[in-house]
Structures are given as C-alpha cells and as structure tokens.
Write a protein that binds this ligand. Structure first.
Ligand code: MG
Length: 383
C-alpha cells in the first residue's frame, strides 16, 4: 500500500485520538498531514509534535494565539477557523479525510473534502442526517469515496463485500440499548446527565453517548444507513443486542444473514476505513468464543425510547426534516448536559421543531444551513 496522507478533522475527540492510535501502529503506511480541534489546544499541540503534522487548525479562532505561540518552535503551521479547515482538507497533499467532528459543524469541511475528490472516512453521522442527499450526490459527482467509520455502517459495508451483486432484503442495525435499557420510563424521566454518560460498552464522546442513551443515535444511524447504502428506511430494522459483539447484519432474499462481529473497539472500523481494502492490525481485543457465552437480542421499546421513532418519522417525511431533527437534538442535548432540561424534554423539543420548521422538499446546501439555524432557534425558544 502506498503511504497515505491523512487529515483528521476533530483529532482530539474520541474518534480522532483512536485514529491516531491506529496511525501510531503503522508509521510505514500513514502520515498525518492535517489535524484540527475546536478548543483543545493542549492535546492538539502534543499531537502536532508527536506526529510531526504539517498543518494544525484550531476552529475556535479565539484560541489561535495560544496555539500559535505553543507551536512557535515546531515545523507545524497553525491556522484558525472552519474556512481554513475546509481549504486545507481539500488541498493536494491530503489523500484521506477522517470526519470526526461533532454534530452539524462537520458538514462544511466534509463537503469541501468530497468536492476535492478526497476519500472521506466518515464518523460524523450528523453530516448524513442533516444533508444525506447532498453529501451522497457530491460524493458521486466528484468520484470521492465515502467510507463509513460508524461501527454499524462499517459492519454493513464489510458484510456487503460478500453480496456479489445480490439484492439486499434488509439491514439489521444492532443497538446496545445504552445505560437505560433496563430502566423504567419513570426512572428514565428522572435521569441526570451523569447517568446518561455511563455507556455500558463503548467509550465515546459526550454527544454520541447521550444520543445512545436516548436511542436518537440509533435513529440517526438508520438515516445514515439509508443514505450510505441506498436502502429504504422500512427495510432497516433496529435490534437491541446488549453485548455489542455483532456490529450489524445484512439479510438477503434467501433469508441468509451475514453478520460482522468483533469486541467493541472503534479502532477496527477506523483501521478498516484507513487501510481499505487492506485489513490492518489495530490493537483490539479478539473474540474468545469459549468465554463469550450467550448473545441476546430484543426489539427496541419505542415507548421508553421515542427518539428512535422520531428519526424514522423524519426520514419518512424527508426533505429538510432530518436536518431540523438534528438541530433540535443538538440544542436539547446541550441543555440536558447543563441540567436545564429533563431526559424526555429532548423528544418533546424535537417533535415540536419538526412540525414547526418551514418544510423544504428538495433543500439546497444553503437551505440546509438555513434550516439548521431556524430549527435551533425554535428549539432554544422552547427551553
Ligand atoms: Mg454507531
């Protein structure tokens, strides 16, 4: 494999640091050309030095002087702001862009990278939730491969490698069920941010961990799977699988189901996207079938986890509604983390914003940015 030059958008978060861990194991295969973070200048500086990174972007422009001074004696060039990030991610010396930013903020740089024909390894699912039609069209138009990093979608992608052109009957997205899987509705209603942040299987950032607790994450993944694989939403089934060993499954017309398995560790899907189609060692724990014991499956409870159905409703209504749902959820989750709202205020806010936002059936990129603003404003009014 020719050495690949990597840009990591969001290098200080959970996916970003695990991406660098994969790179650390394969210095002969990868070099880091660009890293970025919103606020974490300390870790960004350390990463820039360890990986001898050429370009470093701090998205919060107020933190630029601090980072510039910290890296004064190094070879790294320091930039500020999202516009810089967009142009550097699209530059000639980058082969793969890892989209690991949090939320809607990842959309602009992802589009810039795809427009420049880069391979995009996408962890930032909100980009596809908010603008799936646009992102996939840009990927096709510019012949820019979009590789999933989300574990479920990487699993489906890996299962589809054995499809040999056969029609997919169904996708089965597995869900851990999160920390509230066995809580009653009354208990969940009283849950605090600290309760919601205790994920049983996966070590992730705060936003996706909270979305996992509400199962909004699984709803978003349904929308993500629809766009990545072109499968109708009613052919995407969600199944709760608390052990998180099967990462998702593909079912064919003859009833054959292909599953992708592994111990839960994001370095597997990350390394698969970085090295694709070559598989790389990534330091993860392997399955020991002699001690694994039973695997369990159950239907999700939409009464306790209404966010899952809201996401299904959003993709069925289509247009800019998933974008509105994402924006409302971002505002509601931030409020819940600050202790301003209760756990079930999130679906309430999302539902109200989805019905209150102005509908656009075929939104342009500009419409999507406008919807994001409008929906976030509606959600803030409700707090
Ligand atoms: Mg996932």
């Amino acid at each position: 494999m020719k050495k690949r030059r990597i840009a990591i958008l969001g290098s200080t978060g959970s996916i970003g640091t695990q991406t660098l861990d994969v790179v650390r194991r394969h210095p002969d295969l990868f070099e880091v050309e660009l890293i970025s973070a919103l606020n974490n200048t300390g870790l960004l500086e350390a990463q820039a030095r360890e990986f001898d990174v050429n370009n470093v972007v701090i998205c919060n422009e107020g933190k630029y002087p601090e980072l510039r001074d910290a890296l004064k004696d190094s070879d790294s060039k320091v930039f500020a702001g999202v516009e810089s990030l967009c142009s550097l991610a699209a530059a000639a010396d980058v082969d793969i862009v890892v989209g690991a930013m949090v939320g809607f903020s990842g959309l602009k740089p992802t589009l810039a990278a795809l427009e420049a024909g880069k391979i995009v390894a996408l962890a930032n699912k909100e980009t596809l939730v908010a603008a799936g039609a646009i992102v996939t069209a840009v990927s096709i138009k510019h012949d820019a491969p979009l590789l999933p990093v989300d574990s479920e979608h990487s699993a489906i992608f890996q299962c589809l490698m054995g499809a040999a052109g056969n029609k997919v009957e169904k996708l089965h997205l597995t869900a851990s069920g999160g920390p509230f899987r066995n809580w009653s509705k009354e208990q969940i209603a009283q849950a605090t941010a600290a309760d919601a942040l205790k994920h049983p299987n996966w070590d992730m950032g705060a936003k996706v961990t909270l979305d996992s607790a509400s199962m909004m994450n699984k709803g978003f993944e349904l929308i993500e799977a629809h766009w990545l694989f072109g499968i109708a939403p009613d052919k995407i089934n969600v199944v709760v699988h608390p052990e998180s060993v099967i990462h998702s499954m593909v079912e064919f017309e003859d009833g054959a189901v292909i599953a992708q398995m592994g111990m839960p560790d994001m370095r597997q899907p990350i390394s698969f996207a970085l090295g694709f189609p070559q598989r790389l060692s990534c330091g993860n724990r392997k399955i020991d079938f002699s001690t694994l014991g039973s695997l369990h499956f159950e239907a999700p409870d939409i009464n306790r986890f209404p966010c899952l159905e809201l996401a299904r409703e959003a993709i069925n209504r289509g247009g800019n509604i998933p974008c509105a749902l994402n924006a409302a959820n971002e505002v509601a989750v931030a409020a819940f983390l600050k202790g301003i709202t209760g756990f079930y205020d999130t679906p309430k806010i999302c539902e109200a914003v989805m019905s209150g936002v102005s509908f656009a059936a075929n939104p342009s990129a500009d419409d999507i940015f406008a919807t994001n603003e409008e929906a976030a404003a509606l959600a803030r009014e409700m707090l």
